[in-house]
Design a protein around this ligand. Structure first.
Ligand code: PBG
Length: 331
């Protein structure tokens, strides 16, 4: 090694805000963000969700105000979670979800892009993402896929730009794609929850959607969501969804699975979305509430990590803060 009379330093690139800004290769943009929305049929006024500061479950009226404010804050892309008033285990009624999508579309037209979550967990009495066998010992894959494909067509007809299946059944992407084509919705995309892990970090969301599994048979979602111990299964599932016709591949949770984001990005030419889920968001919020971290910088650091790993799209409960924080906070 050659000897120098001065220390070989990297620190000159860190000396001030200007040079740090200039040399930053990660550039976040609020344009890459999607804001989740919750709308509950049985509510007469919005309600807060424990752990999700800054997020409300809306009524089908107040969601229009929420979206209006979000538009002012620079958010144009949304992921909608409809929560129906009545739970049942067959003959599902999607009228509420469909009416919410239609109302939002009629109100905002092409000013917004809207993806509708596609799952049965907030519809079923047992809280599972599909139809269970009589004895509740297992999920009926094909029967569930059939119901979901039918639901997808109804959401597309109501004006959804994208369908986001989060159920994790096998074969759903191919089935949904072909039903959408048959019904003439070739322009409606599929944003697949492609590598969705069985995670503790969905807790606050399940409170928001009344969707925690509560069957005496199947106790959890481990028979259909991916094990955190099996990264190959996550990649195989995501690449399967890619082949079946998904347009966007999502990894979820996000900050705990940046290895999966990075590997998937190398193996697909499709855009990769990272969903910083409710529990991950709540962790940042709780630390900030305790004064242990700075809220905005905490989220900015997470988003940077997701983008560095290869995420093209970020789904965050703080998307509505993204433009302000990215522009104004020197991070
Ligand atoms: C429904 C669904 C879940 C999430 C999105 N869609 C929860 C689950 O699988 O139990 C989690 C989102 C979050 O925690 O923010 N299947």
């Amino acid at each position: 090694m050659e000897k120098t009379e001065y220390p070989v330093t990297q620190r000159r690139l860190r000396t001030g805000a200007h040079i740090r800004e200039l040399t930053a290769s990660v550039k976040l943009s609020h344009k890459s963000f999607i804001q989740p929305l919750f709308v509950e049929e049985s509510l007469s006024a919005p309600r807060a969700v424990s752990g999700l500061k800054g997020v409300m479950v809306d009524t089908s009226e107040t969601v229009l105000e929420t979206i209006g404010k979000d538009l002012d804050a620079g958010v144009t892309k949304f992921l909608l979670f409809p929560v129906p008033a009545f739970k049942r285990d067959e003959h599902f009624d999607f009228t509420f979800a469909v009416s919410v999508v239609r109302k939002i579309r009629q109100h905002f037209g092409e000013r917004i892009w809207i993806a509708a979550d596609l799952c049965l967990c907030s519809y079923t009495t047992h809280g599972h993402c599909g139809i269970l066998s009589q004895d509740h010992s297992k999920l009926l894959n094909h029967a569930t896929v059939d119901v979901l494909a039918n639901y997808a067509v109804q959401l597309a007809a109501a004006g959804a730009d994208s369908i986001a299946p989060s159920d994790m059944m096998d074969g759903r992407i191919a089935a949904i794609r072909s039903r959408l084509e048959e019904a003439g919705f070739d322009q409606v995309s599929i944003m697949s929850y492609a590598a969705k892990f069985s995670s503790q970090f969905y807790g606050p969301f399940r409170d928001a959607c009344h969707s925690a599994p509560r069957s005496n048979g199947l106790k959890n979602r481990k028979t259909y969501q991916v094990s955190p111990l099996n990264p190959n299964d996550a990649l195989a599932s995501a690449l399967r969804d890619d082949r079946e016709g998904a347009d966007i591949l999502m990894v979820k949770p996000a900050s705990l699975y940046t290895d999966i984001i990075a590997k998937l990005k190398q193996q697909t030419r499709k855009p990769v979305a990272a969903y910083h889920v409710s529990g991950e968001y709540a962790a940042v919020e709780l630390l900030a509430a305790e004064g242990l971290i700075n809220r905005a910088e905490g989220h900015l650091e997470v988003w940077t990590a997701l983008q560095r790993s290869g995420a093209d799209i970020i789904i965050s409960y703080a998307a509505r803060q993204a433009r302000k924080w990215i522009d104004q906070i020197e991070f």
